[in-house]
Design a protein around this ligand. Structure first.
Ligand SMILES: Cc1cc2nc3c(=O)[nH]c(=O)nc-3n(C[C@H](O)[C@H](O)[C@H](O)COP(=O)(O)O)c2cc1C
Length: 163
């Protein structure tokens, strides 16, 4: 039985819905345990115990969210050289861009010697005014489907030993 760890942080719900959709997609794979963890509750033991990873964050101030960064800060050295070659992918919820947050996570994953199985999946919520940024987010069906497909792909590859 392989384990997929999904670590996310979300302020207004967009990233959480992305992570939940990816978890739903991955749960279609019977030979897989899917763990969906808020970043504040996840740490190095969860990283070491998993076989593959989905890291999910909003882009805030051209960066990953502070709480996802805190998870990496707490986990990085405890897991270094112990998870080499494991597969991962990235989910980003962004108001307009998302590439800076994705690039930061990619750099950390490169340090961990993880293997990207897909390009970062960035969902644009078009939140750019203060009111829109602070409003609760709702993903549309296509955005959920794309997240579910990425979760299903990572989950199936893990369970079948392809990655
Ligand atoms: C403090 C703050 C800074 C933000 N900075 C960016 C940014 O640099 N680039 C961007 O595309 N969106 C930015 N946004 C918009 C969020 O990424 C967007 O609202 C996203 O959908 C939030 O995801 P969440 O619902 O999971 O919190 C920012 C939002 C906040 C609250």
């Amino acid at each position: 039985m392989k384990t997929l760890l999904i670590v996310y942080h979300s302020m207004t719900g967009g990233t959480r819905q992305m992570a939940e959709a990816a978890a739903d997609g991955a749960r279609g794979e019977p030979a897989l345990t899917v763990r969906l963890c808020a970043a504040r509750d996840a740490g190095p033991h969860d990283v070491l115990a998993a076989d593959g990873y989905l890291f999910a964050s909003p882009e805030n101030l051209a960066a990953m969210s502070g709480l996802l960064k805190d998870f990496f800060d707490r986990s990085y050295y405890a897991a270094l050289d112990r998870i080499n070659g494991r597969p991962y992918a990235i989910l980003i919820s962004a108001g307009s861009d998302g590439r800076s947050a994705a690039a930061q996570i990619e750099r950390i994953a490169t340090g961990w010697r993880l293997k990207a199985i897909a390009e970062p999946l960035i969902v644009c919520t078009h939140a750019q005014s203060p009111a829109a940024i602070l409003a609760a987010k709702t993903l549309d069906d296509d955005q959920r489907r794309r997240c579910a497909e990425l979760g299903a792909t990572l989950g199936a590859g893990l369970a079948l030993g392809i990655f």
